[in-house]
Design a protein around this ligand. Structure first.
Ligand SMILES: [Zn+2]
Ligand SMILES: [Zn+2]
Length: 430
């Protein structure tokens, strides 16, 4: 039987990802991501070429998204309307809140919410049998996007594990869950398609004292105790870090954010609190910790334990405020604080160098700042562990700037004969 894998985008970059799995009669696409704005790769297909190549003429049984980051989902609006889209249930809720906000920006030409609402939800651990001879089982995996998935794809007796973005040093990875899951449900595979973001960031990872989300929470608690006023720059959907900050805040201090951020937290807690204690509310005197809202309340209130932020009171008690450099309101509010500490909880690459972000630099200005961030991606040791556990015949790297060097990296040398580097658009038959 003729069956093949093609990475159309993402074989040699950290950024847009698009992968196709095809048999004689069926075809699925995994992720349909936008290239990052500062993508270096100039030889990759343009969006138009990509759309024409993938969706012109040939039928497609579905597009499955590993998670809601833009480099995996960003081009969903361009997918022909008759092709079903699949995503995890909590990821869909997060994406709905995010899309509602994006749709409300006047420059947004095409509203995304109807398409997002129409996405089908898959169930963790349950085989999807909608794609003919291609059977896909999604498994929850730890990542800086909540409710991210790996896919086990079974075709004609062959097993492919597609990792998507993953790690094991966040909340979902605690307690060696990756190893337990692979041993129990996946076992040996024929082909492993693995992300390799951290391969070009090994030095950075080595020197970061914050190796895990737990480390982040510990250091945050110290910072909150030492600083009565702090402002955290963190991605609004990096909910693992946000929940660590939320629980690290000492009693009596106020947790401040805007309504959009509060909605994301509430949705995450509602779904994931069942599985992870860190996603449950912090109980203070038998009551869940209140969220103090800056800007419009957007329908939130007492019922959700949300109250309008009053800085006359908050400045007395001490507080931390989650902020986004993209929303001018936060800088305006921050200007009223006497000496806030900025806790910078994003990739350090945005602070200086070729990926520097002017808005972030401007937001930080001359304020006191401490970096407090851990990567959303697997360290080399975690990738090596996954290779060891799944014992694949073929290893295909993607979502990495180090595809060509993959087999030469010390931890992977013993697997170098198995590494198969694909070019964007190259068809790999198996
Ligand atoms: Zn991601
Ligand atoms: Zn990614």
């Amino acid at each position: 039987m003729n069956k093949r894998i093609t990475i159309y985008r993402g074989s040699h970059q950290i950024g847009g990802c698009v992968t196709e799995i095809k048999t004689e009669n069926h075809r699925i696409v995994i992720d349909f991501g936008q290239n990052l704005p500062d993508s270096k790769a100039d030889d990759v297909m343009t969006d138009e070429e990509l759309l024409r190549t993938i969706f012109h003429g040939e039928s497609c049984d579905g597009v499955l998204f590993t998670h809601y980051h833009g480099d995996h989902i960003g081009m969903y609006k361009n997918i022909p309307k008759d092709i079903p889209l699949y995503i995890g249930p909590t990821a869909k809720k997060i994406l709905e809140i995010l899309t509602e906000k994006l749709d409300s920006i006047p420059e947004t030409v095409e509203k995304g919410l109807p398409r997002v609402q129409g996405m089908k939800e898959f169930c963790p651990g349950q085989k999807i049998s909608k794609f003919g001879d291609i059977r896909v089982t999604p498994f929850v995996v730890d990542h800086s996007a909540l409710d991210a998935y790996m896919f086990l794809i079974e075709i004609d007796g062959k097993k492919i594990l597609f990792t998507g973005d993953f790690r094991e040093h966040g909340i979902a990875g605690e307690g060696n869950t990756l190893e337990k899951m692979v041993n129990k449900y996946i076992g040996k595979v024929d082909i492993l398609i693995t992300e390799g973001t951290m391969l070009s960031r090994r030095e950075e990872a080595r020197w970061n004292p914050i190796q895990t989300e737990k480390d982040l929470g510990k250091r945050a608690r110290e910072l909150f105790q030492e600083n009565k006023e702090s402002v955290i720059l963190v991605s609004s959907t990096n909910l693992d870090s946000i929940m660590e900050f939320y629980h690290a805040l000492p009693w009596g201090m106020g947790f401040v954010c805007d309504a959009y951020q509060a909605k994301l937290m509430l949705a995450a807690m509602e779904d994931k609190g069942k599985y992870y204690p860190k996603y449950r509310p912090e109980m203070i005197h038998g009551k869940p910790r209140s969220l103090f809202i800056v800007g419009k309340m957007e329908g939130l209130g007492r019922e959700q334990n949300c109250y309008k932020a009053d800085f006359d009171i908050l400045m007395n008690k001490g507080f931390t405020m989650l902020a986004r450099e993209s929303k001018p309101m936060f800088a305006e509010i921050m200007a009223k604080f006497p000496d806030p500490l900025i806790i910078y909880s994003k990739w350090s690459g945005y602070l200086e160098g070729e990926h520097a972000n002017a808005k972030i630099q401007e937001f930080i200005g001359n304020h006191r700042m401490e970096k407090l961030h851990t990567s959303g991606h697997a360290y080399v040791e975690t990738i090596e562990k996954l290779i060891r556990l799944t014992n694949p015949e073929v290893i295909i790297p993607m979502h990495t700037e180090c595809a060509e060097e993959f087999g030469k990296i010390e931890a992977f040398v013993s697997y170098c004969d198995k590494v198969r580097v694909l070019q964007d658009g190259e068809e790999f038959y198996f």
